[in-house]
Every structure is written in structure tokens, then in C-alpha cells.
Design a protein around this ligand. Structure first.
Ligand code: NAD
Length: 245
């Protein structure tokens, strides 16, 4: 089955974790994937996919660098003629309780997780409007819905995704562009690898399906929202968290 046949998809943070799994799923479904990431590992991810006969490339760029993103979006359009899908997946954490959180920790997370989504979407949307087609998908989080100890900065950015996609649904729907979010729960990646085992076990005990998610659980949610089957889903945030909230 090729649900994204001939689609051109940009995946931010596609070098590893959820973004990498998404690049694998999307290319298997026929998309050409362009990974935007700061990590050189993005090159190896794209190469692996090409070696499997898929269409993938890597562009080293930070989602915090608006002019570089504009240039990167222009390059994609010069090469492929359009951009169909944008997955705003790049994200970081700098966890600390409010009393201890520094302004720098606040600003770093706001810059990548919130400003980065604004910059990437601003760089890409004019090309979607031109073609009267687009799928924008932003990565929220369960903690954007519930809050979480030590995550003032992170949960603020993830709650912001929910408001942004609702707004873009209203603004961009008339151009045949949909905007949705996915709110992952506790997913096994480098991001959650840093969590002490004891805390991790406690968290898993509170998840109704009694396991952490895997990156593919999120990649398939992105796939649904990027597919034709989801063309009437707009402004929605899809929770993928094993039933935790
Ligand atoms: P990860 O740390 O494995 O991957 C994040 C990717 O984003 C990395 O490749 C990293 O290099 C890239 N990135 C970071 N800063 C960047 C920047 N400035 N410019 C470009 N790329 C940058 O994390 P993950 O778990 O795969 O997370 C992916 C998304 O899912 C994030 O938005 C994260 O907040 C969200 N999320 C993850 C979980 C989880 O449990 N893992 C839960 C909820 C939400």
C-alpha cells in the first residue's frame, strides 16, 4: 500500500527517534522525505533509506534559524516542485522545577519547540498555498494537556501546538491545507532514555496498556494525518499515549 505516493514531505528532527521512524514509514509509503535536523546522524538516516531504494535526503539546519529554513524550503521546491507535508517534530527538553529553572533553560525550549515550529511553517506554507494543498502536523505531548512536574518550559510549548493547529485550521483550510497535532505519551527514544529506571517503571505502571510507546506508534499517527483519508480532519490533536490521559 502506498498511501503517500509521490508526496514531498519535510520531517524536522528526522535524524533519530520518532522523526527517524517517521522517515522510514513515510518513505515505505511512497513519499520523498527531506530530513531537517541539526545532527549529522541525519545523513546516515537518509543514506540508509536510499540504500533500501527509498527517496530521502538530509539538510543540516536548525529549526531556530529562520533565514536558513527559508533557503532550505526554497531548495526543496526548486528540486521537487512543491512541498506537500510538513512534520514539525523537532523538540528538546531542559527539565527543572519552576523555582530552579533558569531563563536560559526557558528560552532554549521556547526557541526550538515553539519558535522553531513557527519558523518552519512560515517557510513552507507559501508553497502549499501556491499549490492549494498541504498537510501540517505538529508534535504536541501529553504534558501539553496535563502539565508535568519540572516541565514549565516544555509543557508550555506543547500546549501551544494545540492552539496553533486550531488557528491554522481556520486560516488555511480554504487553501486545502490541514493542520493537526499528535500528542505522544511516554515514547522510548533518546529523549526518554535519560529518565532514571525507577521513575520510568513507575510511569509505565500508570499507563493502561502497561508499556512505553515506540516511535512507530507516533509515526503511524502522523501517517494517518498526512494521508488522503484524513482530509476532513483539521485542527485536531490526536493523543497517542496508551490511554494515560
Ligand atoms: P529525540 O531527542 O530522539 O529526537 C529529536 C530530534 O530533534 C533529534 O534528531 C534532534 O537533533 C532534533 N532537534 C533538536 N533540536 C533541533 C533544532 N534546533 N533543529 C533541528 N533539529 C533539532 O526525541 P523524540 O523522542 O524522537 O522526540 C520527537 C518529538 O516528539 C519532540 O518534539 C518531542 O518533544 C516529542 N515528544 C516525545 C515524547 C517521548 O516520550 N519521546 C513524548 C511526547 C512528545
Amino acid at each position: 500500500m502506498s498511501r503517500l505516493q509521490d508526496k514531498i514531505a519535510i520531517i524536522t528532527g528526522g535524524a533519530r527517534g520518532i522523526g527517524k521512524a517517521t522517515a522510514e514509514v513515510f518513505t515505505r509509503e511512497g513519499a520523498t522525505v527531506i530530513i531537517w535536523d541539526m545532527l549529522d546522524a541525519g545523513e546516515a538516516t537518509a543514506r540508509e533509506l536510499r540504500e533500501q531504494g527509498h527517496q530521502a535526503e538530509f539538510r543540516k539546519v536548525s529549526v531556530t534559524d529562520a533565514p536558513a529554513l527559508e533557503a532550505a524550503a526554497r531548495e526543496v521546491v526548486e528540486r521537487y516542485g512543491r512541498i506537500d507535508i510538513l512534520i514539525n517534530n523537532a523538540g528538546i527538553t531542559r527539565d527543572r522545577s519552576l523555582l530552579k529553572m533558569s531563563q536560559a533553560e526557558w528560552e532554549q525550549v521556547i526557541d526550538v519547540n515553539l519558535n522553531g515550529v513557527f519558523y518552519c511553517t512560515k517557510a513552507v506554507v507559501p508553497y502549499m498555498v501556491e499549490k492549494q494543498y498541504g498537510r501540517i502536523i505538529c508534535t504536541s505531548s501529553v504534558v501539553g494537556i496535563t502539565g508535568n512536574f519540572g516541565q514549565t518550559n516544555y509543557s508550555a510549548t506543547k500546549a501551544a501546538m494545540i492552539g496553533m493547529v486550531k488557528t491554522w485550521a481556520r486560516e488555511l483550510g480554504k487553501y486545502n491545507i490541514t493542520a493537526n497535532a499528535v500528542a505522544p505519551g511516554f515514547i522510548l527514544t533518546d529523549m526518554t532514555d535519560q529518565i532514571p529506571e525507577e521513575v520510568r517503571n513507575q510511569t509505565v505502571a500508570g499507563i493502561p496498556v502497561k508499556r512505553m510507546g515506540v516511535p512507530e506508534d507516533i509515526a503511524y499517527a502522523y501517517l494517518f494525518l498526512a494521508s488522503e483519508e484524513a482530509s476532513y480532519v483539521n485542527g485536531h490533536t490526536l493523543s497517542v499515549n496508551g490511554g494515560v490521559a
